[in-house]
Design a protein around this ligand. Structure first.
Ligand SMILES: Nc1nc2c(ncn2[C@@H]2O[C@H](COP(=O)(O)OP(=O)(O)OP(=O)(O)O)[C@@H](O)[C@H]2O)c(=O)[nH]1
Ligand SMILES: [Mg+2]
Length: 276
C-alpha cells in the first residue's frame, strides 16, 4: 500500500525477482483496477472482475477516474468469492497484493479492512506494507503528512505493519545522511527545527505539536529504508516481513539433498539469506 507513485508495483517486482533467485515461491495479485502494465507475472488480476474503464464508461454510473476506482474496490468487496477462487490452489505460498494508490482506501473506505478480515478467515497470515517515497523525508512537515497516512493505515487495518521508505537509490550522499534522523524520528525535535526558521503562525505550530505528540504517544511509526539496487537491503525487508507473518515456521524441514541440487550462485544466495 502507499500513496500514488510511491513504488508499490516496483516493490512487488523487486521482491518477485529476489525470490526467484532464492528459489522461493512468490505470487502477485493485482488489486489496482486502473493498472495497465506489469513488470511481474500476475497470478490474479482484479481487472478480470472489474476495471476502472467499466465504471467510467457505464451509462448509468458515469464516474471519473477516482470515483470509478472507489466504485471498483467496493464492487470487489462485494465479490471476494472471485479472489477465493483465484487463490484456491495456494498452500504455504507467499502472496503480494499490489494495491491502488488512492489514500482514501486506507483511511476511511472499509474495503482494505474487509479484505484483511476475509484473508484471515481463509487462514492467511497478513502483514501490511506501507511504502513512502524518500521525497517525504526531506521536509519535516511533509514527513508529518506521510507519517499520518502510514499511521491511519496501520490503525485501520490492525495487522502487523511495516513502513518502508522507497527510492533510496535516487538520494545523493548528503540526503541519505539527512534521512537518518527520519528513520527513528523524534517528531517534536524535527518540527521544532522547522518552526525556528519558518513563518508558521502560532495556531499551526500548536497543531503540529499536537500531532507530533499524538504520533509519539503511539510510538508505532518506524521506517525501514529500502534500496532496490542493494540485495542486502531487499533481504532485510523480506526478513522483517517473514518474521511479522511467521513465514516458514510451520514448514517441514527440507531433505539435505534439496540443498545439494542448488547450483551456485543461487546456493550461496540461499546461504546468505539464512545466515543473515
Ligand atoms: N529509481 C527508483 N525508481 C523507482 C523506485 N520505485 C519506483 N520507482 C519509479 O517510480 C515510478 C512509480 O513506481 P510504481 O512502482 O509504478 O509506483 P506505484 O506505487 O505502483 O504507483 P501507482 O500504482 O500508480 O500508485 C516508476 O517510474 C518507477 O520506475 C525505486 O526504488 N528507485
Ligand atoms: Mg502500481
Amino acid at each position: 500500500m502507499g500513496p500514488a507513485g510511491s513504488g508499490k508495483s516496483t516493490y512487488c517486482s523487486t521482491i518477485v525477482n529476489h525470490c526467484v533467485a532464492l528459489r522461493r515461491t512468490v505470487h502477485v495479485v493485482n488489486l489496482d483496477p486502473a493498472a495497465e502494465d506489469f513488470s511481474y507475472p500476475v497470478m490474479a488480476d482484479i481487472r478480470e472482475l472489474i476495471s476502472v474503464d467499466d465504471a467510467m464508461e457505464d451509462e448509468a454510473l458515469h464516474f471519473g477516474p477516482n470515483g470509478g476506482l472507489i466504485f471498483c474496490m467496493e464492487y470487489f468487496a462485494q465479490n471476494f468469492d472471485w479472489l477465493r477462487e483465484e487463490l484456491d490452489d495456494m498452500e504455504d505460498d507467499y502472496i503480494l497484493f499490489d494495491c491502488p494508490g488512492q489514500i482514501e482506501l486506507y483511511t476511511h473506505v472499509p474495503v482494505m479492512k474487509q479484505l484483511v478480515d476475509r484473508l484471515h478467515s481463509w487462514n492467511f497470515y497478513v502483514c501490511g506494507v506501507f511504502l513512502l517515497d524518500a521525497q517525504f523525508m526531506i521536509e519535516p512537515s511533509k514527513f508529518v503528512s506521510g507519517v499520518l497516512s502510514a499511521l491511519s493505515t496501520m490503525v485501520n487495518l490492525e495487522v502487523p505493519h511495516l513502513n518502508i521508505i522507497t527510492k533510496l537509490d535516487l538520494l545523493n550522499k548528503s540526503a541519505r545522511k539527512d534521512l537518518e534522523r527520519y528513520l527513528e524520528p523524534d517528531l517534536q525535535q524535527l518540527l521544532a527545527s522547522e518552526m525556528d526558521d519558518s513563518r508558521m503562525n502560532q495556531k499551526f505550530q500548536k497543531l503540529n505539536k499536537a500531532i507530533a505528540s499524538l504520533v509519539d504517544d503511539y510510538s508505532l511509526v518506524h521506517f525501514l529504508p529500502l534500496d532496490i539496487t542493494d540485495e542486502d537491503s531487499i533481504n532485510d525487508t523480506l526478513l522483517q516481513i517473514d518474521s511479522a507473518i511467521q513465514y516458514g515456521e510451520d514448514f517441514e524441514p527440507k531433505e539435505p539433498k534439496d540443498c545439494d541440487d542448488v547450483d551456485d550462485p543461487t546456493g550461496s544466495e540461499i546461504r546468505d539469506y539464512f545466515d543473515s
